[in-house]
Design a binder for this molecule. Structure first.
Ligand SMILES: [Zn+2]
Ligand SMILES: [Zn+2]
Length: 145
């Protein structure tokens, strides 16, 4: 069986993009941590391998264009998370305005409501929904205490 990295490699190869050693190291961050990262945070994790911030930005751009990672915008900040292989394909984000943490919510009962919402919009407005981003903002459980 092909590893996730090999699958990504072949997806990019099909688009004539080579997954260099440096790009691989950046990709590994997204595969290994199920988290949302700012480019600077990715950079902090790979800089010891001699990878520069410009390379991080460029690689993120490539991965984003090819739907391997996804961009989330919160205020002025951009975060990235794994899109391909993600088990929580349909989830909503909650961001805490006090601690700036981003939470992923993907409880089945809620996801079913999201699917229902999507189906409703498609039927009612005669469209094909390809993507759905829901962002909630407020104060998280920890900060409410
Ligand atoms: Zn908080
Ligand atoms: Zn997320």
């Amino acid at each position: 069986m092909k590893s996730k990295m090999q699958m990504i490699e072949s997806i990019l190869k099909g688009k004539n993009i080579k997954l260099t050693k440096q790009r691989k190291a950046i990709m590994e961050i997204f595969l290994n941590y199920d988290e949302h990262f700012k480019p600077e945070e990715v950079y902090d994790l790979v800089r010891n391998q001699g990878i520069g911030l410009a390379t991080v930005y460029r690689t993120i751009e490539i991965l984003k264009i090819h739907d391997i990672i996804e961009e989330i915008t919160i205020g002025k900040d951009r975060y990235y998370e794994l899109k391909l292989f993600s088990e929580k394909a349909l989830h909503i984000h909650f961001t805490c305005k006090k601690c700036n943490r981003i939470y992923d919510y993907d409880k089945t009962e809620m996801v079913l409501d999201l699917i229902r919402l999507r189906n409703f919009v498609e039927k009612e407005y005669h469209v094909d929904v390809e993507d759905m981003k829901i962002m909630m903002k407020g104060i998280c459980e920890k900060c409410r205490r």
